[in-house]
Design a protein around this ligand. Structure first.
Ligand code: GN1
Ligand code: MG
Length: 405
């Protein structure tokens, strides 16, 4: 077996070539990485894919699950697919995620096929690859849950929006996805992540986290933490806006994607057009506003979620216009008057909410989002709050754009 890095004795019998990143600088770290990669190689072989394993290596930039690209070959073909270890800390019932994923993908595949003759492109959506032994989840010796999904080939996603055209495509793809799943009754989907995008729920978690010794220490530790704490206090009452509208019956639950950030929008290498949205873990009943707000907070921030240059953060109104234009091509069909009334709040709220989620996690000691360095969740929170400020400053302009389409 060939590896990039030192050889782990005793593991050399597996024929897979396991890719390791350069960060494996200590022997213990190297062994841990090796262990994970070897486990991924073993788990990849539990799924119903033709051929023999060639490589498995980490891919993607997700903040929650571990994602690998597996390559299998037969004597005449090659199949590449996405292998993921589901983070059970975040998703305690992986079998419900897989049930939702099956329902959604099979429904969407049927609709995409039926509409193919009048479509301007070939729409795609990954399929769930079953295990050889049956079912959609393979469980490893430590109780870890793994799943496999087909790779959308000849297409790429980006961490940041690249152009106005890219922004338009992101909006178009989200609208198309919401449209093709809009006829699934939302009660047919499981609630896989309770409290997801319920802003008051995150506020309550934050309140609990800051009421501990560690929480108080972290809150007082820097001007950034104090800025975040103040930012939240100033928006405490307002942040119920969507949940209150839902409780009054103005807004209804529908099937949503849950995480339509720019990194989850696949762009066709051949045409430059959007071809699908990936990362279907969070597909569940929700408000379409969560998706709309999330897409805009992600796509209208050209410097991205991980920047450390807070002064450069600005909500780009031109990108916003392009996304709304693309989104409305499809969403016009299913949006109600009441839905439209809350679109601006959704943009402001989901940026704020993500900042609150990152900050609450920082205060709680980084227990939810994966981090690569100390203080990363605090920095991420500052980015989202700066973005929220920028959205608030541009309220009139954004509202005008929303009215125009
Ligand atoms: C998480 O794991 P990933 O990167 O797909 C998070 C989203 C956030 C996103 C921010 C289940 O998504 O809600 O918007 O990070 N997913 C979950 O990058 O919490
Ligand atoms: Mg996700």
């Amino acid at each position: 077996m060939r590896v990039r890095g030192a050889l782990a004795p005793g593991l050399a019998r597996n024929r897979a070539v396991v890719g390791l990143a350069a960060e494996t600088c200590t022997l213990a770290g190297q062994r841990r990485k090796w262990g994970r990669a070897m486990k991924a190689a073993l788990m990849a072989q539990r799924f119903d894919v033709a051929g023999r394993l060639v490589t498995v290596g980490q891919t993607g930039s997700g903040n929650v699950n571990d994602t690998y690209l597996a390559v299998f070959r037969t004597v005449f073909s090659e199949e590449r697919f996405i292998l993921q270890r589901i983070n059970k800390n975040v998703f305690p019932k992986p079998e419900l995620i897989m049930a939702n994923m099956r329902l959604i993908t099979e429904h969407a595949h049927r609709r995409i096929e039926a509409e193919a003759h009048r479509s301007d492109r070939i729409w795609q959506l990954p399929r769930v690859i079953p295990c050889k032994e049956g079912g959609d989840l393979a469980v490893d010796g430590d109780g870890g849950c793994w799943r496999a999904i087909s790779l959308i080939a000849s297409a790429h996603s980006h961490e940041k929006v690249q152009s106005i055209e890219h922004a338009y495509e992101a909006g178009f793809v989200l609208g198309q996805f919401q449209r093709v799943i809009s006829d699934i009754p939302s009660e047919h989907l499981h609630d896989t992540l309770e409290g997801f995008h319920i802003t008051p729920h995150y506020l309550a978690k934050y309140d609990l986290a800051r009421d501990t010794e560690e929480g108080r220490k972290r809150l007082g530790s820097s001007w950034e933490a104090q800025y975040c704490a103040r930012f939240i206090e100033d928006r405490r009452t307002w942040c119920r806006v969507l949940e209150d509208a839902k409780a009054r019956g103005e807004l209804a639950l529908r099937p949503i994607h849950g995480d339509p950030k720019v990194a989850n929008i696949m762009i066709d290498d051949a045409t430059g057009k959007g071809t699908c949205i990936v990362d279907l873990d969070t597909v569940k009943p929700g408000l379409i506003h969560y998706d709309f707000g999330d897409c805009l907070r992600s796509c209208c921030n050209p410097v991205g979620e991980e920047t450390l240059d807070f002064r450069s953060i600005c909500f780009d109104a031109d990108l916003c216009e392009a996304i709304v234009k693309g989104y409305m091509q499809n969403a016009r069909e299913f949006l109600t008057e009441a839905d439209r009334r809350y679109l601006f709040d959704a943009v402001r709220l989901i940026a704020f909410e993500l900042g609150l989620r990152f900050f609450a996690d920082y205060v709680a000691g980084d227990v939810y989002f994966k981090t690569r360095y100390d203080g990363q969740n605090l920095n991420r929170a500052c980015v989202q709050f700066k973005l929220t400020e920028s959205i608030e400053m541009r309220e009139t302009q954004i509202r005008k754009t929303l009215e125009r389409f």
